[in-house]
Design a protein around this ligand. Structure first.
Ligand SMILES: [Zn+2]
Length: 98
């Protein structure tokens, strides 16, 4: 069985069977993304797919699925997630008010 290496943002390097990878194309010119569940922690991972990787997957019989994405979804993803510093700032503001 063919295996490829990728990364989990939490666990680092992971090894995956091609069957475990899902390629998604949104048709908006942003290319192909690939997604998988980390075999170690189970977290879902999603990354931009290198065109050579997409070719490699196609040669092995895996095609990207076409999944139109609502624009609002992308906007939300572009805004930075709440960080520990944000929470800390909020805490200090509350203290200052009392
Ligand atoms: Zn992981």
């Amino acid at each position: 069985m063919l295996r490829v290496k990728s990364r989990c943002w939490r666990c680092g390097e992971v090894t995956l069977a091609l069957e475990e990878i899902m390629m998604v194309e949104h048709g908006d010119g942003d290319g192909v993304f690939y997604s998988f569940f980390c075999p170690t922690c189970g977290d879902v991972q999603a990354y931009a797919a290198d065109p050579r990787f997409v070719d490699f997957m196609r040669m092995n019989g895996f095609q990207p699925i076409f999944l139109p994405e609502p624009i609002e979804c992308k906007r939300e993803a572009a805004s930075p997630p709440l960080t520990w510093d944000d929470l800390l700032d909020l805490h200090l503001q509350l203290e200052g008010d009392s």
